[in-house]
Design a protein. Structure first.
Lengths: 157, 157
DNA sequence: GTTATCCCGACCTCGCTGGTAGGTTTAGCG
DNA sequence: CGCTAAACCTACCAGCGAGGTCGGGATAAC
């Protein structure tokens, strides 16, 4: 399993926000009801998105959440990173974050028979990161409206 | 974390086998010592690779394991699939295996606001599968011998 | 001041990962 | 013929993180 439900719920949450009219905050309760997600858990997930600057919140009655930017400007690499914490394909990839989602293998490079699997995992990580960064929230919102066929990948690399 | 140590140890095991001269079985004990891996655990991992037809075993004294095919003909998608069981990016992707590593989302398509995240996870899965299938064991073996620079990706798709 | 909402920290349960233990076969070798 | 090195098998176990719950705050609209 690559991703946890945090990513799943978080993305769903963002999609719901993306479907909403601008500057109209929507409450987590409404989203939890609509998507049938546990409210308390969703709150913690929303906090992750807020800390990452992807959503804004309004407190008090009639408050709620809304996107901090246009859905077209929200790419999924940033989203998944915010939700999952890191995108390490393997345990040895330590969080030496270079500010894109990249993360490095911590294995001592004992100069000679170094960590050979590193090549493989790094390729996978880069591939995933590229896929995620090429998918925007706007696409997902549109997809849910039943337009874009699932096969339609973004510009084939 | 995308992959578990099963994938890590399994790939390492295969690399060691790939470094060995042809038709010369090598014992798990030797590999466990060389790579500092738990022997008992490694046995179970080797069993997975054998069941997938990736390695062959010889029992008894002076026995051991060897690759079932040339390292050039072993792609990593098959390997990781054998080791991890499936390559589902998300829990809802149920094991409806279509015989490539693909696996499908099980969410009821409640015709309308269906599983919008499915688009995203499917893209990721396809990307990972493609990356894995483009990397062969031979490449990793060569890499460990200190030749190929890490940046050298395969033919950019 | 009541109600709807965001916010926050503590807690809990369950399954899986990563491993160990202890055996049973199989086969080379003296 | 028996010793030994290896594959093979099954059961067991500890720790941890995922996935949630709970209860209470702070805040703002009405």
């Amino acid at each position: 399993m690559f991703f946890t439900t945090k990513a799943e719920y978080g993305v769903r949450l963002l999609i719901e926000l993306g479907r909403q009219p601008q500057d109209q905050p929507i409450s987590l309760k409404a989203i939890a009801d609509a998507d049938n997600l546990p409210l308390a858990y969703l709150e913690r997930i929303a906090a992750l998105l807020k800390r990452a600057g992807l959503v804004e919140s309004t407190r008090g009655a009639h408050g709620g959440y809304q996107l901090a930017r246009a859905a077209e400007d929200i790419a999924m690499d940033e989203v998944v990173l915010a939700l999952e914490g890191s995108l390490a394909p393997m345990e040895c990839f330590v969080d030496d974050r270079s500010d894109d989602g990249r993360v490095l293998c911590s294995h001592h490079d004992d100069s000679g028979r170094g960590c050979a699997t590193k090549l493989l995992w790094t390729r996978v990580q880069v591939g995933v990161l590229r896929t995620l960064s090429q998918t925007t929230l706007a696409e997902l919102v549109e997809f849910q409206s039943g337009k874009v066929p699932p096969a339609a990948a973004p510009a084939p690399v």
